[in-house]
Design a binder for this molecule. Structure first.
Ligand code: MG
Ligand code: MG
Length: 271
């Protein structure tokens, strides 16, 4: 059953979403050469503590998982698509990192992911991440009252396929609310005009996952969590939690543009 949210609930979800945005911004700023994935997890954990929020990831154990998830972020490096477990690995120049993060505040969940390059970026990674972000934007653009879930899926999938990338089969976005994963599922590829009708008050996570090599296959590591591309090519993953409102899609996990100190002629003060 799809649970519709009131305007007041969407406001509360926006507060949870802003904790997610803050944490991902902090992780992005810290993610440099030599920094370990566990250090990034600790940075995100600090943001949760400061906000009085908790982690929907920590201790999460869906049916496929042999063990509860042991961290507050998923840190997925290079050929890992999603669900990488943060460990002592230190980021290297040229790595591609995807970070997935959730927060629960006041009983509501926010869920978002970013992909970023570390140090000297490979042009192929820049293109992959940019395409993932364009696919996400296209999906959000289709998240309109009266459309169907398939319209979002079609928008996302069209951008990914046009660029020649693979889409891991069976990994989807989802409804978000008091639970991290609610109905409906939001596939990254699909037919327009199909699937559940989008209604005012639905809140969904749209999360394109792209495989650079163009194949759709993946496999899990012995840890039962980490999902890697079959062809060894790199992957990107980006995600926002989006409310469907009369006024259009509202991105609850939107991050403010980061303006480095000394740039933007004072605009940084406003951001
Ligand atoms: Mg997520
Ligand atoms: Mg999600």
């Amino acid at each position: 059953m799809i649970k519709l949210k009131t305007e007041a609930s969407i406001e509360s979800m926006g507060a949870a979403g802003q904790v997610v945005a803050q944490a991902l911004t902090a992780v992005q700023e810290a993610a440099g050469v030599g920094v370990s994935l566990l250090e990034l997890d600790e940075i995100a954990h600090d943001v949760l503590r400061t906000a009085g929020a908790s982690s929907p990831f920590l201790g999460y154990r869906p049916s496929f998982a042999p063990t509860p998830f042991p961290a507050v972020i998923c840190a997925s490096v290079n050929d890992v698509i999603v669900h990488g477990i943060p460990d002592g690995y230190r980021l290297r120049d040229g790595d591609l990192l995807s970070v997935d993060f959730g927060a629960r505040l006041g009983g509501w969940v926010g869920d978002s992911a970013i992909s970023l390059t570390v140090g000297t970026a490979r042009p192929s990674d820049v293109r992959l991440v940019e395409t993932a972000e364009r696919a996400l934007a296209a999906g959000i653009g289709a998240a309109l009252v009266g459309n169907r879930v398939g319209d979002i899926s079609h928008a996302v999938g069209t951008v990914c396929r046009a660029a020649g990338y693979g889409i891991p089969e069976g990994l989807t976005g989802h409804g978000v609310g008091r639970q991290m994963h609610e109905e409906p599922s939001v596939p990254n590829e699909g037919r327009p005009g199909r699937g559940p009708r989008l209604r005012e008050g639905m809140v969904i996570a749209i999360e394109p996952m792209l495989i650079a090599g163009g194949t759709d296959g993946y496999r899990d590591d012995p840890d039962g969590w980490t999902l890697r591309t079959n062809d060894g090519s790199r992957a990107a993953h980006v995600e926002h939690t989006v409310a469907i409102t009369k006024a259009g899609p509202r991105i609850l996990t939107a991050r403010r543009e980061h303006t480095p100190a000394g740039h933007g002629k004072g605009q940084a003060d406003l951001l």
